[in-house]
Design a protein around this ligand. Sequence first.
Ligand code: NOJ
Length: 785
Amino acid sequence: MTFIKYAKIAFGVALACALSACNPAVVVEVSADNGQQYTATAPKKNTEMDQFINELISKMTIEEKVGQLHLLSSDWDQTGPTLSADYQQQIKAGKVGAVFNAYTASFTRELQTLAVEQTRLGIPLLFGYDVIHGHRTIFPISLGEAASWDLQSIKAAARIAAIEASAEGIHWTFAPMVDISRDPRWGRVSEGSGEDVFLSVEIAKARVQGFQGDDLMATDTVLACAKHYAAYGQAQAGRDYHSTDMSERELWETYLPPFKASVDAGVASFMTAFNDLNGVPATANNYLLQDILRQRWGFSGFVVTDYTSINELVPHGLAEDLPHAGQLALNAGVDMDMQGAVYSKHLPELLAKGKVSETQIDNAVRRILEMKYKLGLFADPYRYSDDQRQAVQVYKAEHLAAARDGARKSVVLLKNDNKVLPLSPKQSIALIGPLADSKADMIGSWSAAGDRQTKPVTLREGLQQRLGADAKIYYAKGAGYEFNDTDQSGFAQAIAAAKKADVILLAMGEKWDMTGEAASRVELGFPGTQEALMHELKKLGKPMVLVLMSGRPMTINWANDNLDAILHTWYAGTQGGHAITDVLYGDYNPSGKLPVTFPRHVGQIPIYYNMKNTGRPYEPEGPEQKYRSRYLDSSNQPLYPFGYGLSYTSFAYSAVTLSSTQLSSAGEIIASVTLTNTGDLAGEEVVQLYIQDKTASVTRPVRELKGFQKIMLGKGESKTVQFRIKAADLAFYDLAMDYVAEAGEFNVFIGADSTTSNQAVFRLTDTVQLPSAMAVKQFQRRDIQ
Ligand code: NOJ
């Protein structure tokens, strides 16, 4: 049908040429950094696609062009402040190029029909959606997945999300979210991979590859979108949408690498962030969008704004009015306007006034049409809206099994005194807390089309299924978890349940919508009456185990001091209740490690492991206590450090050995440890390698993660674990913002978390300047236009 339409408007481009356009890019090697190849992608000369798109653009009116730049939400879901009642009318009028928050094969087909059948050129819509940690089958929230440190599992989760979403008509996911954040007050810390650059880079690549697969032309792959570009994770005071102001070094060293890694992995699109960065909001930031993303990194996909963020240039104080905002955004390099309708309303008049050029508009249109072409939508606009595939794929048994496995891997055992865990099926249980039997909470925020009412398996259900009909599970909700909950009338029932049981199992934490977008907090303790109930239950003197659910690090000092065991389970997803039960009973031995530091107090924030040392580092054992970098009323130390997590077995690390204590700029050394499982059970350990540049021309962090390996060992088994270290792993930005590895001494640490003191020393013999696609110095930044 579509083909006929294109034939009708005199395009001599055959179906076969659309189908043959599945090689999106040629990889051009630029340089090597951080031990990996950094590449820039240059579009492959695809004359068929180019010809098709050039001819199409030549037929388009200015209104049809700006229509392609307009992304509009359906009314099926609301993920921002505004909705347009007339989106279907606008589609029919050719004023919309892409739709989000619309899914199912039938609904996307219905909307696609409006675009294909009722507009003059019949250009298919692109359907986007926030498929973040699963589409229908929901995996643990992204921060939870990061706690698995299991890249294969994370990639597989993204793959399954793409399979389900694409079967329901989705072409494009607004993921991965690759914002580093070191502020757990910010609710969106739940959506990323935590505080660390190395881990976030690896996970960004895994997720892009998982969503996009090997071939965009395959109907089970979706376009990925690296967001929110850039530095959104450092919102001042942890308040969402707040401004960021940071040094160039901090930007390039900490916040940009996961975005660069996404480009290298072939990500199809970028989303601009809401925040102001160093005085220029990201959505009008020429430096970010043109200088870095297009010119330096060679990104050839398209850039979409976040929700109405062009409009927000006015309250930011950068634009006088909406036309001015549209001008700034287009000139900065934004291709597509999400929900704000600034482009569709104002670009024609801006063009007429000479404030923007038609070439700029054409370039933006071209980048969007290219993606539609690469997805095969010009050949068949309905190829993703497939009822049969939808019926087979969503909630498929193997997807549910993968979600259960992913959830088990994400669980972090924070405390386990006297081996209270794993539990024995013979023990009777008092299951207490507002999260014990709540389906809605189990899948967390940004759960796409995940069902919150019926599908998620609660902890209560998981326990009942594992323990059978005769199980002694005494359940009481007991406490409230809303911020304003003060009612303690449920305590009596909870205490009565606890009195009957051998073990008190608490399922407590945050309500699901206390994390995610617009979910900043100033206190990070247990909301409502939960902790008060814990205090009462403690008086019974029974073993107490906490299953903690939250999307961020919480301050849980009392629980840590008073409970016997704590499992952090994040929001574990559709199969959460089964997965947590697997861990509680030892059917799965926990292996997760924290991707983010847990503070003791909100006042310690930002707290992260790879900080600088200061000139007056605090040494608790040192002679001088006063004039040191410390708090009067708290330890400097976190409650749980980055990389931390226990197992039901134990592991011993040998001393670190080095193949040589001298590393030349062209050479490599091997750092090794022997890991031994010294406990009674098989288990997995994430072996972590950190490096510290002891003295450099610019001060360096106390240590930085540079490698990790997840190792499974049977009881009593040992394995030698090796890491290669090259000069590129030691590089940083010097004062001139050159990317260099400087001669001198380095500490290398290998151990179970970021506090390990298992250490050796080597020397880099010569300074080397690395050719770098991340290099800052070599290009000029331009003023905003
Ligand atoms: C706003 C959020 O910041 C972004 O992450 C999301 O993708 C869009 N809304 C669309 O829902």
